[in-house]
Design a binder for this molecule. Sequence first.
Ligand SMILES: NC(=O)c1ccc[n+]([C@@H]2O[C@H](COP(=O)([O-])OP(=O)(O)OC[C@H]3O[C@@H](n4cnc5c(N)ncnc54)[C@H](O)[C@@H]3O)[C@@H](O)[C@H]2O)c1
Ligand SMILES: O=P(O)(O)OC[C@@H](O)[C@@H](O)[C@H](O)[C@H](O)CO
Length: 404
Amino acid sequence: MPQKKAIHFGAGNIGRGFIGPLLVQSGYHVVFADVDSHIIDELNTKHAYEVHILDNGTDAVKEKKERRESVGEVSGILTTHMDDVIKEFEDPHVQIVTTAVGPPVLEKIAPAIAKGLQGRRSTSGGVLNVIACENMVNQTKTLKDLVTRHLESEDRAWAEEHVGWADCSVDRIVPPAQGFGESHPLDVGVEDFYEWVVDEDALKQDGEARLPLTGMKLTKDLEGYIHRKLFTLNCGHAITAYLGYLKGYKTVDQAIKDAQIRDIVKGALEESGYALVKKHGFKQEEHEQYIQKTLARFENPNLKDDVSRVGRQPLRKLGRGDRLLGPVYLAKEYGIPVPDLLRGVAAAFLYDVKDDPQSVELQEKVKVKGVGGAVEEVTEFEVGSGENETVVKSYEELKKWKAA
Ligand SMILES: NC(=O)c1ccc[n+]([C@@H]2O[C@H](COP(=O)([O-])OP(=O)(O)OC[C@H]3O[C@@H](n4cnc5c(N)ncnc54)[C@H](O)[C@@H]3O)[C@@H](O)[C@H]2O)c1
Ligand SMILES: O=P(O)(O)OC[C@@H](O)[C@@H](O)[C@H](O)[C@H](O)CO
């Protein structure tokens, strides 16, 4: 039987280090679609690479042990070559389309996906599931809306019947590849832990295209999983990065070892945790273990994860439903005080990195409107409100860390 295929947009860290390998383990040939011609050329020359699992167990660290997994059955196309994209979508062996390009890039790949779906319809292609693996709530629904704008009504009707659009929660820390040598540009280093949870009800389950894949969990309660991950792992990660930046640390593991930073991060995760337990009915004890496990993941020294990667795009991270304000607003619903979460929000306003356009934009807002005004605009907590005042006070306190 000919091999089933997957198209994955974004041959970056999470694409090569997590989603691609799980698709391959599940028997798919993975066609990576990216704008990076160097990576695409390498994929089409080597058709294989290695994932280095940078275990953070004590012995492994001492002995610099690492496990490796070989990933074969991969190739690449450029998203700028529309004919190649359409040809892949027309291939009846393609059953799943995944993405890991970053939330702001979804609108850029939407026209290519729309053209691909038009081609698939015109060649009477079968059922397809699309899963966007981006760190945001409703990422695949967002992609569906963006793609639908490029479809005529008959194509839309076909897509409603033939395409499943499933949101998900995707979790594995994958920093940019480092130290594998110039002759291994596709290799990537990852942590051992992973979790990929997909909204079961949104999938089109049909014949060969049936899911889950190896390593994928299906759920009917995706909101609980995505909130737990985004408001714990990503929340703590972002606060560690912003506070780490203020103290001049380069990596997340260095920052989380600092007692002052750890106290704030732990406090923030406890505040967020009380809200998550109330909202989703998690068991308090199990959630505390989840927090402990999360902090241990940040400590992994082998990942060497740069605070600038984790802190990237602060305005996105300060979005109303995202990792910082999401738990703040959730806690507010239950009257839970959130001083450490608001310290984390304040730290984001101090993140001043010239080659990050969102950091530059945020600093400009602070310059033009003052801290309180900028906080009001971004967080929707009005000047004079308790939350706004707490963020401004924390901002002034944390500013001294930078000066020190
Ligand atoms: N790295 C992680 O630890 C991790 C974990 C979970 C989720 N995520 C999420 O996965 C997504 C990707 O993150 P990453 O760390 O892999 O980033 P990355 O920068 O390593 O990878 C993104 C890839 O998308 C490609 N790309 C950019 N524009 C494109 C376009 N127009 N068409 C096709 N490809 C394009 C880039 O060339 C790059 O290869 C983000 O949404 C992130 O939040 C990352
Ligand atoms: O990818 P971002 O910018 O949304 O967030 C940065 C990190 O927190 C993130 O990539 C984590 O490493 C990942 O979410 C772990 O599953």
